[in-house]
Unconditional design. Structure first.
Length: 364
């Protein structure tokens, strides 16, 4: 680098000025004009992070959130703790907002996957200096359990997330054996596998809300070869529907629907992946959770390959959905949706996954 009247141009194209601390003449202060994205701001380097000069000089940094990040694309407030909060800007202008509802749970017995929480993006939401904007982070839906047609605990919908006038609904719970209907929500839960009388029929998945998510896949009971196989549908995702159960006697996996992508809080990540399901008897394994935090599904019973039948949780989000687990070669547990992704919970033969909590992000 070359000196220019005590000023240097660094290798990162930053202008470096002498330290102005009167008590110490050591070190350098760095300035740059960042044109990345739509930021267009003069920034200084504090030794670890580039921060906007105008924000500190004019007091435009807002308050609120469990985390405040300073990125190349702007300042980001992230709300991750379930319950109520407040965002208060110190400026008048527009902010970008991401709101993700809590994920729904799987049902309780031979169930469909849980639907993902609704996902809403707003790239230009007007705010006023000093005004407090209500924020709510939706809770996860609790997973169901029980068997034999009588739920000890039925699955639950996820909680709604809110930023001011924007609401992202919680995901719907998955349906269950013999007529336990799947619930609608931000994204709908997968249909349960049906019919205690042994008749073949499909159970529809729950509906999603337009602009927030998609429906769950349908579940079915079938027994053409005498195996009396059941198969639930995949939970709907914010980016696509859950997979319908396949009308096959060997029981193929049913995957959760994919989440929706956004870069509002930083890197491009997926939000609101649907929870998976798995058939009663299978050779094909449990379904995978939808990308964006959906839980991985498990088969109820795998006669040929007792260590198989475990689906993977969906990734490419702030956190990864939980994989299905196997504790003794027969008891299998569906994975939970990932925390702070709105992912849906997954079906398991012995236990059913709960949804993942929601999240709210604000960027300016």
């Amino acid at each position: 680098m070359a000196d220019l009247k005590n000023t240097t141009i660094g290798t990162t194209n930053a202008v470096e000025l002498p330290d102005q601390n009167l008590s110490s003449a050591t070190g350098t202060a760095k300035l740059r004009f960042n044109t990345t994205g739509s930021l267009n701001a003069l920034e200084f380097y504090d030794g670890g992070t580039w921060r906007p000069v105008t924000g500190y000089a004019q007091g435009v940094i807002g308050t609120g959130g469990q985390t405040i990040n300073y990125t190349d694309h702007g300042i980001v407030h992230i709300f991750t703790t379930t319950g109520g909060h407040t965002f208060t800007p110190a400026f008048t202008g527009n902010v970008q907002v991401m709101v993700v509802g809590g994920g729904g749970a799987s049902g309780y017995d031979w169930a469909g996957g849980g639907g993902a929480g609704g996902v809403v993006f707003n790239r230009s939401f007007p705010v006023s200096a000093g005004s407090g904007y209500n924020v709510t982070v939706g809770a996860e839906g609790r997973g169901g359990n029980g068997g034999g047609g009588s739920p000890t605990i039925a699955g639950q919908n996820g909680g709604n997330s809110v930023f001011s006038t924007i609401t992202a609904n919680g995901g719907g719970y998955g349906g269950w054996w013999d007529g336990g209907d799947a619930s609608g929500g931000g994204s709908g839960g997968g249909g349960g596998n049906s019919s205690a009388d042994g008749s073949r029929r499909r159970e529809p998945g729950g509906l999603g809300i337009t602009g927030q998510g998609f429906p769950g896949g349908s579940g079915v009971r079938f027994h053409d070869d005498g195996t009396n196989t059941h198969n639930g549908g995949g939970g709907g995702g914010a980016g696509g529907p859950g997979l319908d159960s396949q009308d096959e006697t060997n029981g193929q996996p049913t995957h959760g629907g994919p989440g929706a992508a956004s870069d509002i809080i930083g890197d491009t990540l997926y939000w609101g992946g649907g929870g998976a399901s798995g058939p009663h008897i299978c050779d094909g394994g449990g379904g995978n959770g939808g990308v964006g935090g959906g839980g991985g599904g498990a088969c109820h019973y795998v006669p040929r390959y007792p260590t198989q039948g475990l689906g993977r949780g969906g990734g490419q989000s702030l956190n990864k959905g939980q994989n299905a687990t196997n504790n003794d070669g027969h008891a299998r547990y569906g994975g939970d949706g990932a925390a702070n992704t709105g992912g849906g919970g997954a079906h398991g033969g012995s236990g059913h996954g709960g949804g993942g909590s929601g999240i709210v992000g604000v960027r300016y």
